[in-house]
Design a protein around this ligand. Sequence first.
Ligand code: C5P
Length: 211
Amino acid sequence: MDGPSGSGKSSASRGVARALGFRYLDTGAMYRAITWWMLEQGVDLADPAAIAGRAGEPVLAIGTDPDAPGVSVGGTDVAAAIRTREVTSAVSAVSAVPEVRARLVAEQRALIGDGDIVVEGRDIGTVVAPGAPVKVYLTASPEARARRRNAELAGTTVEAQRAEMARRDTLDSTRKADPLVMAADAVELDTTELNLDEVISEVLRLVKERT
Ligand code: C5P
C-alpha cells in the first residue's frame, strides 16, 4: 500500500492485515525512527553526507503485529516520539538520502520474507516488493487528508496541516532516490468519499480477485 501522507494508508493497512490474519509493516515508522535518532545525535540534517555517514549506526527493531507493531531504536521505545511534529518535518530530508534507503529497503525485504504481510509506505510497489501480488495506491483530496491528519494531531489548524503535508509530499515525490510514484500495475483507490470500512472492503475484494 503506497500513497501520500493522510491518504489513510495506516488504518487501512492494519485493518486489511487483521482481516486476513497477516502481519503488517509500517515502513514510514522505520524512516521516522532513524530521523528521531539523527535528531537525538545532533546530526546536521541539512547535510546529506552527514546523514549518509551515520545511516548504518542506529539499531532498529520494528514489530509486525497489526494490533501492536511497536518500534524501538537501540532498545528505547520510540513509538510516541516518532510522531512528534519535529520528526514529521525532518523525516523527508533523511528519507531522501540513498544510504538510508538502501539500508531500510534491505531490512524491509528481510521482514517481508515469504509474504502474508501488508506493507505500507511510498515505494513498496515500485522498489521494495515489485513482485507483490496486490498493489494499492491510496489517494485522497488534499482537504480530506489534512482533515484526517488534523484530527490525529491536536494543536494545528487544517490549513497549517495542509501546507505541511504538501511540503512533505513535494519532497517525497521529487527526490532522486525511490520517489513516491504509483507502480504501473497498482490499483489506485481514491478514499476521499470512503470511510475506513469501505476502504478495507475494497482492498479485500482486490486481494480475493488477484490471489
Ligand atoms: O508514512 P509516514 O508519513 O509515517 O512516512 C514518513 C516519511 O517517511 C514520509 O514522508 C517519507 O519521507 C518517508 N518514507 C519513505 N518511504 C517509505 C515510507 C516512508 O521515504 N516507504
